[in-house]
Design a protein around this ligand. Sequence first.
Ligand SMILES: [Zn+2]
Length: 400
Amino acid sequence: MRVIHRSADRRIRRWLGIAGVAGAVTLVAGFLTPIPAGAFDDFGIGCADDTSASIAFGSDSRWSWVVTHGPDAGKSFEEAVRSGRDMWVGHEIERWQGGYALGGGSPTMTMQFTWLTGGWASTDCIDDVVRFSKYQADKFRDGSIVLSGLAAHEWGHVWGLGHAGRHDSFGGGPPTMSTCWSDMGPQRIVSQDDSAGIQFQTNKSGRYGAATANPSFEEGFRWWGFQNVGSKQIFYSGGQDGSPNFLRFGGSGANTAIFSTTRITDSWYDGDQIGAIVKGRVNYKKAYSQSRGHVLVVAKWAHVDFSGSGQNWNECQLLPTNLNGSQSTGSYEFQRTRYCYPGSGWGYCTTLYGTVASSDSGGRKPEALQMRIVVYNRMTIGGDPVKVGIDRTRILVIPS
Ligand SMILES: [Zn+2]
């Protein structure tokens, strides 16, 4: 959570200063002026100037040590760290127009062991170094700190992501950028919110970032929920804006919908999301030329208030709301909508925009924003529901 803004060229240092305390973790304070470090809203100021960074290893005999227990067992330290970095690179996060979002190139980030106090590892975008603590080397070796998970987390900082809370908004395990797990083991897996954070940096629409994981279905159905959907099919060519994939889906009636959920974590300062502009956008077209009807696009958002005191502690609590429920049960206070009428070619449908309020009806500030994009298919032929084609389906956000 600690970020040091050292110079005008936006290069920064990030620290994961963690001291494990009986099932909880405490971030160690004590650095210079913090700047916003939410999951998304500090996008674009990581070490990677674009979406490329290569890995190198400084000279240290520890890189050949072999992990004895846990998910990295049998790997050398170097292999474990490489696997944490490769979690982001070789798969998982695809560009909406095809191919992978992250890869090698400049800068070269050098992995080092140093006598790093007050933490397990840190990412330094000034010297392009990721430092691992010599003090923790025995824990890395016995697996009580999972080195691949720690490396994956630091590489999230390299790509420009800040920290996230305990649970991914997809409802699964923690984001890689979570600081809420004491051994870093679950962080080895890149989650929906991690992927959405990268999408937000790389998938721009004018001044808007597109904060939805897999918005162009390049990863198939992954990260999407379905309601009353009877048939769905990914097509592998002919998508909009050069993206090869698109989705056709249909179902049984007016409540046939797909949806995807994203959470943007607030930054170091409360209230950074206030005033952000939110809307939804979908590319769509008829699946059958004789079909008639509309699609209904809904952009929803809700304030998430991590109750209690102390930001990092708060973000590690379970959320009391049902925001991760199905489209029917998920409860979102704010929304904007638009009805659109598909034609035979790709068009796009944009909801009205909304501005994130300073508090919701329950007095909650937007310490985190949970957002959902929903597309209802109400296309018919002769009164019978039929499929519709959609692509690039995402929540758009301009941070305030
Ligand atoms: Zn961190």
